[in-house]
Design a protein. Structure first.
Length: 213
């Protein structure tokens, strides 16, 4: 049996690869792939610093590099998987990530461009951020201590609860209107065209009917 066929059989039946340098089995997930073949990493040295390579070795231009030297070449390395990023990059928490690897520290669901919240050096989705530090202001993303404002299921610091059209500060005495789930003061609402007000009234009536069920 040829070496290539033997390697394929070992991979499929036993679950490991055969090193193409020493022709011995490679422990599961302990290989590097170079020029299309599998090898023990210790058979190679970094092209730049001559250090013996580990599992974080990377190939570029037909040569193998350790992670440190490879990073110097200008290629971004994902903070999660320690592999090169060839497509879209997420810059967050002072690090770079593959889009699919930048996830909530608790539930591990990728943010995929949505808002995240930082706490103790980790990124969290809103639900798990709040579960750790309490209510969070929708505007400043900081914990709300003392008095808080709740509007359309969002929480605000009193100083950040503003009209979404004119930025006027609102309080418990202000007459409010809701447009696109955002607060609008009476003065701004009164300035809207009549036709817009009719449309908004229909939307709000429909909402009340839905919630009454």
């Amino acid at each position: 049996m040829c070496k290539d066929c033997w390697s394929v059989i070992c991979q499929e039946l036993v679950g490991y690869h055969i090193c193409q340098t020493c022709n011995k089995p490679i422990e599961l997930n302990k290989h590097i792939k170079f020029m299309g073949d599998f090898h023990h990493p210790h058979h190679f040295h970094c092209y730049d610093c001559d250090q013996e390579l580990g599992l974080d070795a990377h190939e570029r231009g037909g040569e193998l590099y350790c992670l440190k030297c490879f990073s110097r070449s200008g290629v971004s390395i994902c903070s999660a998987c320690r592999r090169p990023i060839e497509g879209r990059i997420v810059w967050a928490l002072g690090k770079v990530w593959h889009v699919e690897h930048f996830v909530c520290h608790h539930c591990e669901i990728p943010f995929m461009g949505s808002r995240f919240y930082e706490w103790q050096g980790h990124a969290y989705c809103l639900i798990h951020y709040q579960s750790r530090i309490g209510s969070v202001c929708h505007i400043c993303a900081k914990p709300v201590t003392g008095i808080l404002v709740k509007f359309t299921n969002k929480i605000y610091c009193p100083e950040h609860f503003l009209c979404s059209l004119c930025d006027r500060k609102l309080d418990e005495k202000s007459k409010l209107y809701e447009i696109d789930l955002k607060p609008v003061c009476k003065d701004c609402y009164d300035k809207l065209p009549i036709q817009w007000k009719k449309i908004l009234a229909k939307i709000h009536r429909a909402d009340r009917k839905i919630w009454s069920n």
